[in-house]
Design a binder for this molecule. Structure first.
Ligand code: CMC
Length: 429
């Protein structure tokens, strides 16, 4: 009769243990009973990068990396990208269910009426150097928002949580738009609450002298779809940062600043920026084989390729390829797409990539679309952050309501010096 348990024999002591298995996992803390003696603190699980450690139970998003599946609250990403809007998807992530028509109207209205930021934030942005990276500006200004909303620290108060969630989803595009305007020396363009979420973002990016900015319908929808595709992705690096910071009961603005900082790195949300630099460096299709050889020699990584979880085509990359075609019908083709498609073709035939199951990820094609839409390269991770905001917040709220969660505090295996006496500086060699 099969049992949901794991039998372990500790060969150091000959002792046997039986650990319960629940949801396909053993509890790491159950390993602690496995000791060699009274002084032994117990067996640890060693897992740098959390390759095989579940840090939480979550009902927000689901990935099957082997089959290339991504679902938000059970809904396939393909259906959401086709039929939903970003704000409806945000509602789904945060509430667990799709809204009724009335709930969606109220949700959209509430977010739309919190798009403005305090004028002092503008002064704060003014203080940044003209070439400050907009992601650095976003991280700082998101953190600064906590000083404007001191009630945000009441994280156990459902009403206070709700209003901060609304504010963050509403204001992040405004901060992003202002960061861009500052970097190009243009006056800030204020939110236009008549426009859609994505349409208003385009307004804040590109409005110049026209009385009313009219976003292109195709580009506005493409951007909305890109936000949907980025909205959540289970326990990735930035989401883990959000949860880890939140586990100390910091306010959501501070938590989100740490999540955005984690996203900034080139191995995570900064990868879309790196892909564009890489494609430009390659420059033409005939130079691809030589570039691939450098990757295989370990001199560099193929940016936008590979994923910790996906060992198959990233389903988001498939959707993005389709969106790219729609965008190019409006903007004209970005010549980098030809290099990207050829790079993908060559890589997917090469044993180096095939054997390691390295496929294009979400960042491989997103930058090419953004560039065709005239969005500067250093804004790419910022756009990722706008899309990921509802996911971070849904995961943060789930963490707070989870009775099993405690302050995040991993263990270590100490490999440093043993105890030794301090040597006064004049006696050191
Ligand atoms: N180019 C070349 N080789 C690679 C790449 C790549 N992009 N990614 C992984 N490898 C190789 C790596 O060298 C290693 O080979 P070996 O076994 O011979 O040492 C093997 O594949 C496994 O790599 P890993 O570093 O152990 O894998 P990981 O799960 O720790 O890293 C990753 C995942 C996404 C950081 C990595 O694939 C990478 O650096 N990709 C490029 C950056 C990128 O596109 N990031 C965006 C990820 S998707 C958006 C997001 O969610 O942030």
């Amino acid at each position: 009769m099969p049992k949901d348990s794991l039998s372990i024999t500790d060969n150091r002591t000959g002792k046997q243990y039986e650990l319960p298995i629940q949801d396909g996992a053993v509890r790491a803390v159950d390993l602690r009973q496995i000791k060699t003696g009274e002084d032994d603190p117990g067996l640890l699980a060693y897992d740098p990068g959390f390759i095989n450690t579940a840090s939480c139970k979550s009902a927000v998003s689901y990935i099957d990396g082997a089959r290339g599946i991504l679902r938000y609250r059970g809904y396939p990403i393909e259906q959401l990208a086709e039929q939903s809007t970003f704000l409806e998807t945000a509602y789904l992530l945060l509430h667990g269910e799709l809204p009724s028509a009335a709930e969606l109207d109220a949700w959209v209205l509430e977010i739309t009426h919190h798009t403005f930021i305090h004028e002092n934030i503008k002064k704060f942005i003014d203080g940044f150097h003209h070439d400050a990276h907009p992601m650095g500006v976003l991280v700082s200004t998101v953190a600064a928002l906590s000083t404007f909303y001191p009630e945000a620290k009441h994280i156990q108060d459902e009403r206070a949580r709700h209003i901060q969630i609304i504010r963050l989803i509403a204001k992040v595009p405004t901060l992003a738009g202002f960061a861009h305007r500052h970097s190009v020396g243009l006056p800030y363009a204020y939110p236009d609450n008549d426009l859609s979420y994505a349409g208003n973002f385009l307004n804040m990016m590109f409005k110049t002298t026209e009385v009313k900015f009219v976003p292109n319908q195709t580009l506005q929808r493409a951007l909305d779809v890109l936000f949907i595709l980025h909205a959540d992705h289970e326990q990735n690096c930035s989401t883990s940062a959000m949860r880890t910071t939140g586990s100390s009961h910091a306010d959501p603005y501070s938590c989100m600043a740490s999540a955005a900082a984690a996203l900034y790195g080139p191995l995570h949300g900064g990868a879309n920026e790196e892909v564009l630099k890489m494609l430009r460096e390659i420059g033409s299709k005939d130079r691809i084989p030589a570039y691939i050889e450098r990757v295989k020699r370990g001199e560099l990584r193929l940016m936008g390729f590979g994923h910790r979880i996906y060992k198959n085509y990233d389903p988001r990359a498939t959707i993005i390829k389709r969106v790219a075609a729609e965008v190019f019908d409006v903007t004209g083709k970005n010549p980098l797409i030809d290099i990207a498609v050829e790079l993908e073709r060559i890589a997917l035939q090469d044993d180096y990539f095939v054997s390691r199951k390295l496929f294009p990820n979400v960042d491989f094609y997103s930058g090419i679309i953004y560039e065709a839409m005239q969005i500067p390269v250093d804004m790419f991770p910022v756009l990722f952050a706008i899309g990921r905001t509802p996911g971070w917040l849904a995961q943060w709220q789930e963490m707070l309501l989870d009775k099993e969660q405690r302050i995040s505090r991993p263990r270590q295996i100490y490999v440093g010096a043993g105890v030794r006496d301090y040597v006064p500086i004049e006696q050191r060699g």
